[in-house]
Structures are given as C-alpha cells and as structure tokens.
Design a protein around this ligand. Structure first.
Ligand SMILES: Nc1ncnc2c1ncn2[C@@H]1O[C@H](COP(=O)(O)OP(=O)(O)OP(=O)(O)O)[C@@H](O)[C@H]1O
Ligand SMILES: [Mg+2]
Length: 216
C-alpha cells in the first residue's frame, strides 16, 4: 500500500534525532497542509514512545497522529524484539496499518533506527520505505563519522529505487560535514537543526518558525 503524500523520516542510526526532526516537520509543515505523524514500529515501548514525544513537542491535535502501530516491549531491533515476544512482523502487516489512516493529509512517517534495521528474517526497514512509496529524509548527526554514515544511507535508499528528498543535519553546526554530504551525495541539505536546549514545545515552535523544508 502506497501513501499518496508524505515523507519517510529515516536516519543514519538510532538516536540521531528522527523524533526531534519529525516534531519540527509537523510544526513547520502544518502551516501549509494538514499533516499526520505515524510511528509504525516502536520498540522499547515501556521506556520510549516517539508518538508521545512528537505529540508533546509539536503540540499535536489528535487528528495529527495516526496511532496504529506495532508496539514491542524490548528496546532492541524490531526483528529481535518481535522474536522475543513470540511474534513476527512483516512489511505487509505494517502497511495494512496505514489503510485506515487519513487520505489527504501529508504523512510524516518515522522509521526505527536506520534503513538496514531488520524487521524479520528477510525484510528490512528499506523494504517498508519502498513499499510505502514515500521519499525519504535522512537525519544525520553533524559530528565526526557522519559523512560515511550519511553517504551509505543515501546510497542504500537510491540503490533500492527509493528517492532521497534530502538530508537534515542535526546538532552543533558543522559546515564542512554538511557540504561534504551535499557534494559527495549529490543531495540537498533541507535544514540544519541546532541543539535545542531545553528541548521543549516552545523551542520546537520557535525553530519551526525559521524553517522551510521546501517539501510541500
Ligand atoms: N536538536 C536537538 N536538540 C536537543 N536535543 C536533541 C536534538 N536532537 C536530538 N536530541 C535528543 O537526542 C535524543 C535522541 O533524539 P531522537 O529521539 O530524536 O532520536 P531518534 O533518531 O528518533 O531515535 P530512535 O531511533 O530511538 O527513534 C533525545 O533524547 C533527544 O531529546
Ligand atoms: Mg525516534
């Protein structure tokens, strides 16, 4: 099942800032179009809930959240968290959960970890991205190591026939790293997100006021 309008927020790995960037996307893009945030697969649900984080950070109305999703207890890769709960998840299970979602809204779909995270024995997060048919945003840290991680991620998405809408750099500004990713990856840097301290709904709203991801 394809989603008509939207973006898949992936990144170079776990903890790189996908949820913070998703909240910023919600806060920025809702000025142009109704939006809906969706976290299809959440592991470590007892400790982490990206949906709640986005609700709080972007001050979401219930209509801006698609709640359906695979929710797994352990904070592990989805394939392992699922196996330890005695369940198996497939790309089809996940895409079916989008069927009852809103039709005309712009979807902001947040992955789990990076593009090669396994969902089961033979499907990876990239298979979900391709099946949903959405262009990807790659969230990359600004720090050392990011050039390699970012270029690998971009290459993976493109080699599977996916579209990279652009990269969002997250963290202390680093011009050299941004321009290396843009040049070597032949990719647009959509935004540079500074460290927001404290990370509050107010800080997200203020940052969103200065951003235009150029997606809609
Ligand atoms: N720009 C930022 N300013 C302040 N804190 C940030 C920023 N980006 C990320 N963080 C913090 O870093 C941590 C990881 O960020 P986030 O949860 O957005 O990563 P993620 O890629 O969504 O992780 P996961 O793979 O678990 O979904 C969080 O505690 C978040 O508060
Ligand atoms: Mg997250």
């Amino acid at each position: 099942m394809k989603i008509e309008r939207g973006i898949f927020v992936t990144g170079t790995g776990t903890g790189v800032g996908k949820t913070v960037v998703s909240a910023l996307l919600v806060a920025t893009l809702r000025k142009q179009s109704p939006v809906v945030y969706w976290k299809p697969v959440q592991t470590g649900i007892e400790r982490d809930c990206d949906t709640s984080a986005v609700k709080a950070l972007a001050g979401c109305d219930p209509s801006e959240i698609h709640e359906a999703g695979i929710r797994l207890k352990r904070p592990l890769s989805p394939h392992l968290a699922a196996r330890l709960e005695g369940v198996s998840i497939t790309v089809k299970d996940i895409t079916d959960l989008a069927e009852n979602g809103p039709k005309t809204e712009f979807w902001i779909v947040e992955g789990a970890g990076g593009v090669l995270v396994p969902l089961n024995e033979n499907e990876l997060m990239i298979d979900l991205i391709i099946e949903l048919g959405l262009p990807s945003i790659v969230v990359s840290s600004t720090g050392l190591g990011t050039i390699n991680h970012s270029l690998l991620t971009i290459d993976c998405i493109r080699s599977r026939g996916g579209e990279v809408a652009g990269v969002v750099m997250n963290g202390e500004p680093n011009r050299e790293n941004s321009s290396a990713i843009s040049d070597y990856g032949k990719v647009t840097i959509l935004a540079e997100v500074p460290v927001l301290r404290p990370l509050t709904a107010g800080a997200i709203a203020k940052a969103a006021g200065k951003m235009d991801f150029g997606l809609i």
